[in-house]
Design a protein around this ligand. Structure first.
Ligand SMILES: *[C@@H]1O[C@H](CO)[C@@H](O)[C@H](O)[C@H]1NC(C)=O
Ligand SMILES: *[C@@H]1O[C@H](CO)[C@@H](O)[C@H](O)[C@H]1NC(C)=O
Ligand SMILES: *[C@@H]1O[C@H](CO)[C@@H](O)[C@H](O)[C@H]1NC(C)=O
Length: 314
């Protein structure tokens, strides 16, 4: 937990900087009909949450359905809460159907992410989906980010509005991470692809990671750079996680790293094989749709922050 908080603090500092540069966007409806795409989330079975995850903090704020189908994690004035996968993974497909708390949620962060900061405090990797609460305008923000080998001084954030109200029902938030690329998906629509471009291997996460589902207080940065902190009058804030899919290569510390064979990937890791190596034309065009309509910040366009843009942006 101390480490988790350390991570949050570090992120806070970076993000305060970032959010102060993000233009504010006025309220309007963004409820579009999304293009149809292959439903990757239909390919794998759901894990039992109580069998696949441990409570890592705020245990009294976590409610698990006894059949393992869903979990309610909450934030109140006493504590946030979080689950971590029992296994560590080296590549895979990681997905959850999440329903976010309704009402005023400024400062609240719901995070579905992978990290190995516990094992590698100085050169950790991280793949983040963070859902950032809102002031009264009702717009949850989706933020994606990647750190590799301790690259915490270069935040690779991209921010999006969603094309639906994420508080009305569950929606799928998923991560593909394999040797070819990292892809972030919302309801199976890719919103961001980060290729594993050999030229910049130090920017690609390459050590086994745990998967986390957390809710916590991001008052200092999450909503308009910290202008709107968490208002505990409306607590508890409850996020529901269901339909969790964790399909990939389980890292076995007794095996040499990387633990999964690339020569015969399909036998150990379905997400390394065909169908996951590249996005289809249909997925690429859906991604173009999502990015043109809903992305409002990309680090690759932030020339105020970066005098020299990170290599993959050029
Ligand atoms: C688990 O329990 C919930 C609530 O009782 C129910 O809606 C759901 O269908 C159950 N799921 C499974 C897989 O049994
Ligand atoms: C937060 O929730 C926990 C668990 O339900 C409870 O024990 C605690 O008293 C709550 N804190 C506040 C400030 O409501
Ligand atoms: C990752 O970081 C470690 C320690 O800082 C360094 O020795 C190593 O060369 C780095 N690896 C890559 C691929 O950049």
């Amino acid at each position: 937990m101390a480490l988790l908080q350390g991570k949050c603090l570090l992120l806070s500092r970076l993000l305060m900087l970032l959010s102060s540069m993000t233009p504010s966007v006025s309220s309007h409806s963004r409820h579009y009909t999304a293009p149809s795409v292959t439903r990757l989330t239909d390919l794998f079975s759901h894990v039992s949450i109580d069998q696949a995850f441990n409570k890592v903090f705020g245990a009294s704020n976590i409610q698990l359905m006894s059949n393992g189908s869903s979990a309610y994690i909450s934030l109140n004035k006493t504590s946030g809460s979080g689950l971590a996968s029992r296994n560590k993974y080296y590549y895979g497909f990681f997905s959850a159907a999440i329903k976010l708390p309704a009402g005023l949620t400024s400062g609240v962060v719901v995070a579905f992410y992978m990290s190995n900061a516990e094992t590698f405090p100085h050169n950790h990797d991280e793949i983040d989906i963070e859902l950032l609460g809102h002031d009264k305008r009702n717009d949850w923000v989706l933020q994606t980010n990647i750190y590799a080998n301790g690259s915490v001084s270069t935040g690779r954030e991209e921010k999006f509005y969603l094309w639906f109200d994420p508080t009305q029902q569950h929606h799928y938030y998923s991560i593909i991470w394999n040797s070819h690329h990292i892809v972030f998906l919302v309801d199976n629509i890719p919103v961001r692809e980060f290729p594993n471009n050999g030229a910049f291997s130090s920017t690609f996460p390459s050590k086994p990671m745990s998967l986390y589902a957390t809710i916590w207080d991001g008052s200092e940065w999450a909503t308009h750079g910290g202008k709107y902190p968490v208002n505990y009058r409306y607590a508890p804030y409850v996020a529901s996680f269901a339909d969790m899919e964790v399909e990939g290569c389980v890292s076995d510390p007794r095996l040499p790293s990387p633990p999964c064979s690339k020569k015969n990937p399909s036998s150990v890791d379905p997400v390394e094989g065909q169908g996951f190596a590249a996005l289809s034309e249909q997925q690429l065009s859906a991604m173009k749709w999502a990015r043109s309509k809903l992305m409002f910040y990309s680090y690759c366009k932030d020339t105020t922050r970066f005098k020299v843009l990170p290599p993959e942006c050029r």
